[in-house]
Design a protein around this ligand. Sequence first.
Ligand SMILES: [Zn+2]
Ligand SMILES: [Zn+2]
Length: 165
Amino acid sequence: MPGFEVQLVCANGHLLNDWAQAQAAPNAKFCPECGEGTLSRCPECDTPLRGRFLPEGAEREPDGGKRIARAPRYCHECGSPFPWTAERLLAADELAAQLDDLSDEERRLLRAAFRDILTENPRTEVAALRIKRAAEHAGKGASRILFEVVENLASETAKRLILGP
Ligand SMILES: [Zn+2]
Ligand SMILES: [Zn+2]
């Protein structure tokens, strides 16, 4: 039957398997990448993580359907950020707290901008611009770390806006 498969990821957001039911071979209790435990359901609402979509008959093909490149950021059922998303935001907030020469208001705006570059939304472009400016003011070492945070956090569009093509 056509439908969505189940995705298996680790608590750090490494994607182990995007069709964990039909092709169970790559499934594991712990992540080979980082050693964290794996999960296939939303910790908040227990809905299975949505894997690749398999059209009719695709589950029998060696690589049927369209492969998913990375773990989702939010639960499609309840909207909660997944643990890896929350962790990355925490890291970004810690960085914002450490950047010198920012007023409290600028820090608050930078934290909001980190949330807005996670997804494609009407505020993504403004948020990207804000982060770019912060990086220009931050000095070499700090801006390098800021760009690493962006690399982990941002949607593809936001990444292009901030880091260039
Ligand atoms: Zn991992
Ligand atoms: Zn959920």
